[in-house]
Design a protein around this ligand. Structure first.
Ligand code: SAH
Length: 488
């Protein structure tokens, strides 16, 4: 296959999250992102990587048998948020289950039990948080507010009909966009680093129906005068929302990276946080703390994790990468002590307040990088829970975690390929995967969570573990694993 040339072929396989293997007969095969197994697609070869052709999707010529419904959202074709809306939920679930099983099957050494996938209780309007970006849909077009266009770094699609969020989000989005258009405020151009409007962050809890709205801009004084945010506040307060508007914030962000962060937070109204309830516990959530974005799905994820953790009576449990301390607090009532470690200080503060709110006095939350914090913890863990961000656990931190020598580790992962990489080291050091499952926290998108239970039966079991990859000595050196990590 040649670079720059278009080909047509059939998607014969999909690997996580959305890389389709396209068979073009005698012309060869290519990897094309954003495809669904069974589709016939037209693509252009955009690059060659170690002999393999990588294609960019041009057109779906024939639908797959899995695509059995009409997309529910009018933005589906353009928006980069959802990818699976042409498949019924049953088909989405089957596809995700198959991909997770394949990843685990190839990563796990020996037998283990794959328990399948758990559905999200809500397929639509399930998100309790959304980050919308300001921009334009086409160059120099009218102001847009929404999600990145599919496969585009620059263009933004206004998603005022988005179906994975509740109607309240759509009302707030329209209100903010209309207001900013009326005031003729410019959006921030991330390459030139000029302009004003950056993001609109909305949190709306599913169980308690509380809402927090934050407008993120640069610190430009001139535009700020022009904006008169207090007038927008009045408009927001006049909206007929199902949830209670608990806070409206103006966040100043002059940072160069295209992420939502705060140099300064101004409260225009109310509080800087809201509360959500999960499994009978109450959690305070601030703008920047991590909180699972699908509350009803989180109840399933945490229940499953609790089941995997099993008996914790008289035990000390470490909840590493603890966010606002959700898992720690679910375990605390049935454990002797839980220690949570989290890098975002604001989340740690919230976790402490949460534990207090829930009357739990056996939780300790430590702010810092797991890699460093674990060196100084006095308590000895009996069980460790890992719930790292997408990149998985830093190999050096994982080494230290393994050195605690606990019998049980429960690993929750939002990126199964990172989990697969970390399983390599865990198994090489004597851990066995007992069972695993997937929980769909993100219907209509390619994402999915997975959980595995690992056990370490005897300190000598390292020598019995057969490592199919690596050096065949039962242990894979750290630097080799770090090198391999790059390919995921
Ligand atoms: N267990 C929590 C959060 C999981 S998300 C929950 O279920 O809600 C992963 C968390 O890891 C995020 O809160 C992130 O801020 C935190 N994190 C990322 N890198 C970290 C590191 N090196 N050390 C400690 N925490 C980290």
């Amino acid at each position: 296959m040649k670079k720059g040339i278009e080909y047509t072929g059939k998607v014969v396989e999909l690997s996580f999250p959305n890389k389709g293997k396209v068979d073009c007969g005698e012309e060869g095969t290519a990897i094309v992102k954003g495809t669904i197994p069974g589709q016939t697609v037209r693509f252009v070869v955009s690059k060659k990587r170690s002999g393999n052709s990588i294609g960019r999707l041009k057109k779906v010529i024939d639908k797959s048998r899995l695509e059995d419904v009409q997309p529910q959202c009018p933005h589906f074709q353009f928006c980069g948020g959802c990818a699976y809306q042409t498949m019924s939920y049953v088909n989405q679930i089957k596809l995700k289950e198959k991909m997770i099983k394949e990843i685990l099957d190839s990563a796990v050494v020996g037998d283990y039990q794959f328990e399948g996938i758990w559905k999200s209780p809500m397929q639509w309007e399930y998100r309790n948080k959304m980050e919308f970006s300001f921009g334009d849909e086409v160059k120099d077009g009218p102001l847009a507010l929404g999600m990145h266009k599919r496969n585009s770094f620059h263009d933004i699609v206004t998603v005022n009909q988005c179906q994975i969020v509740d109607e309240d989000y759509r009302k707030v989005l329209d209100c903010v966009l209309d207001y900013c258009r009326e005031k003729e405020l410019p959006f921030y151009r991330k390459l030139k680093h000029e302009g004003y409007l950056r993001h609109l962050l909305v949190r709306r809890t599913t169980m308690t129906k509380q809402m927090l709205v934050a407008i993120v801009t640069t610190s430009d004084k001139e535009y700020e005068e022009q904006a008169q945010w207090d007038n927008l506040l009045k408009k927001l307060q006049a909206l007929n929302l199902n949830a209670k508007l608990c806070g409206v914030l103006h966040i100043i962000n002059d940072g160069l990276a295209d992420v939502v962060q705060s140099d300064e937070t101004r409260v225009l109204f109310g509080e800087e946080y809201i509360y959500e309830e999960l499994l009978g516990l109450r959690f305070k959530i601030s703008v920047f703390s991590f909180f699972q974005t699908n509350s009803s799905g989180a109840e399933i994820l945490y229940s499953k994790a609790r089941e995997y953790i099993g008996d914790t009576k008289d035990m000390t449990v470490f909840d590493l990468y603890s966010g606002t301390g959700t898992i720690a607090q679910i375990i605390a009532p049935v454990a002797q002590k839980v220690v949570g470690v989290e890098i975002v200080e604001e989340a740690v503060r919230a976790a402490r307040v949460n534990a207090e709110l829930n009357g739990l006095h056996n939780c300790e939350f430590i702010a810092g990088d797991v890699l460093e914090v674990v060196d100084g913890i006095k308590d000895k863990p009996d069980i460790i829970i890992l719930d790292p961000p997408r990149d998985g656990v830093n190999p050096k931190a994982l080494k230290k975690i393994i050195d605690f020598g606990v019998e049980k580790i429960v690993y929750i992962s939002c990126k199964p390929t990172s989990l697969a990489r970390d399983l390599e080291m865990l198994q090489a050091q004597g851990y066995r995967v007992e069972k695993g499952c997937a929980v769909d926290m993100f219907p209509n998108t390619v994402h999915v969570e997975s959980i595995v239970l690992l056990s370490h039966k005897s300190p000598d079991s390292t020598i019995n573990v057969k490592v199919e990859f690596g050096e065949g000595k039962g242990k894979v050196p750290l630097d080799v694993i770090a090198e391999r990590a790059k390919k995921y």
